[in-house]
Design a protein around this ligand. Structure first.
Ligand code: HEC
Length: 448
């Protein structure tokens, strides 16, 4: 929705940080906070032991502050190229046939921090992905109520969130074909409970097999368009090259296409970085797009030899598949790897497919495990001695969000320069004569 008020006040940290998580199915994990506000939380690798991710362990990605929505007055508006424009309440929606679907939601930027060279954006490691049971209605049933007119080809989706400063409103469009797919839902429940505010209360889009950027939260409006929406979040963000490019190479915007399908992928949850010699259970989860995971291979020697892991439970079309493998580990430092394959024959590559915004990372995970009778202390890297921050940093950069946004980055001066231009465009106040000192500081403190 358009900006009605400016979010230039920093929101208190305490309210936004998720504490130690309780009530999850397995042992709770402490979420990694990438940014407390807007809130971006990631699940650490230890969490990849559940088939269904508890809500408390489910990653959160917000482009803006979480909006407060009153379910009693909330409405979903269906407009544009339809025969009968509609305004539906939650009760109206719930009159439509109820559908349940188990599906993986993965952020398009999951794994971004592993790309070399790096790029700005939330520096996700493995955990901006989760698998939930979603309950709601089919999007196509809602569209049928309004009657889609000939010529309609895309749905513009908008949520109750307001942009911060002059940032473009977070709106995305979905092709009509995907919207009409029987598995595309509008969900009001996650794991059997109403959506939480961070996960899009009261209604979000479920676009199984596709990355999270299409799973619009806090949905308030669907507008039928005759073409793809031409806003920032469709035409600039969430695009990647259709073909292979060399890491770091420039790509012309004309060669970029919207992010849709996620990739086949797997994550090892246990063992951790240290284990005792002997029998060790290697376990984790694998997932894919709309093609089933058919096998997971594990290597304990950095990819030289591979062993088939055992797949547990039943396959669900879009869900997590758990796997285990028994490892007889000898003392020493070993590199454990997992590599999943799907029914379409897609396998995780050994090297990532670099792209300028760092989307859809799925290279096989390599995890160093020290196998020893006793755990030796892990050497901690000395903290960088930070140069003093110039006043402009505090005034211009810490007004909307705090320094979690900067701390995640590892950018060159040229990349910081472009980032400052983006932020000044959104409302950061940086005078020309302050820019150079600001860039010196950002590069020295949050550089490569
Ligand atoms: C008007 C509000 C506002 C100001 C002022 C602001 N930012 Fe941001 N910034 C944002 C928002 C909102 C996001 C999150 C965007 C998202 O998640 O897509 C963000 C994200 C970022 C990111 C993550 C990468 C990205 O592009 O999403 C970095 C780095 C960043 N800001 C740096 C800065 C620096 C440096 C300054 C000072 C020059 C600054 N910001 C000032 C609103 C602001």
């Amino acid at each position: 929705m358009p900006s009605t008020r400016r979010h230039l006040l920093k929101v208190g940290l305490a309210a936004a940080v998720t504490p130690y998580l309780a009530n999850s199915a397995s042992a709770p994990v402490k979420m990694i906070t990438l940014s407390p506000s807007p809130v971006d939380l990631e699940m650490p690798v230890e969490g990849f032991v559940d088939e269904i991710t508890p809500v408390e362990n489910f990653f959160v990605r917000c482009h803006t502050m979480t909006p407060k929505v009153d379910a009693a007055t909330w409405q979903l508006e269906i407009t544009g190229l339809v025969n009968t424009p509609l305004k539906l309440s939650l009760a109206d929606l719930k009159k439509l046939p109820k559908v349940e679907l188990i599906g993986v939601l993965e952020c398009a930027g999951n794994g971004r921090s592993f790309y070399k060279p790096g790029m700005p954006g939330a520096q996700w490691r493995f955990g901006s992905v989760g698998n939930a049971k979603w309950t709601g209605v089919r999007l196509r049933d809602v569209l049928a109520k309004a009657g889609v007119k000939p010529g309609a080809a895309h749905l513009l989706l908008d949520g109750a969130d307001s942009p911060m400063g002059k940032m473009p409103d977070f709106q995305r469009s979905l092709p009509l074909e995907k919207a009409n797919h029987e598995d595309t839902l509008l969900a009001y429940e996650m794991n059997g409970k109403p959506l939480t505010p961070e996960h899009g209360f009261p209604l979000r889009v479920i676009a199984p097999g596709w990355a999270g950027d299409s799973w619009i939260k806090w949905l308030t409006k669907i507008e039928l368009l005759d073409k793809e929406h031409d806003g920032f979040w469709m035409k600039t963000a969430y695009r990647h090259p259709a073909k292979h490019i060399e890491p770091g190479a420039a790509v012309t915007p004309a060669d970029l296409i919207p992010v849709t399908d996620i990739n086949v992928k797997s994550v090892i949850a246990t063992p951790g970085p240290w284990a005792k010699p002997g029998a060790i259970v290697v376990q984790g989860v694998a997932w894919s797009n709309s093609s089933l995971v058919t096998k997971v291979d594990i290597s304990a020697d950095g990819g030289k030899t591979w062993n088939a892991a055992k797949l547990l439970g039943n396959a669900t079309k879009y869900g997590f598949r758990r796997f285990t493998w028994q490892w007889k580990a000898s003392e020493g430092t070993h590199t454990l790897m997992a590599r999943a394959t799907n029914a379409a024959g897609q396998t995780q590559p050994m090297e990532p497919e670099w792209n300028p915004s760092g989307y859809l990372y799925n290279a096989a995970q390599a995890r160093e495990v020290v196998v020893a009778k006793v755990q030796s202390p892990v050497a901690t890297k000395a903290e960088l001695t930070a140069p003093a921050a110039p006043d402009v940093y505090k005034q211009a950069c810490l007004s909307c969000h705090d320094d979690h946004m900067m701390k995640q980055q590892h950018l060159t001066r040229a990349q910081w320069d472009r980032e400052v231009t983006k932020m000044t465009g959104w409302g950061a106040q940086v005078k020309d004569d302050q820019r150079s000192a600001l860039l010196d500081f950002l590069t020295a403190r949050f550089g490569l």
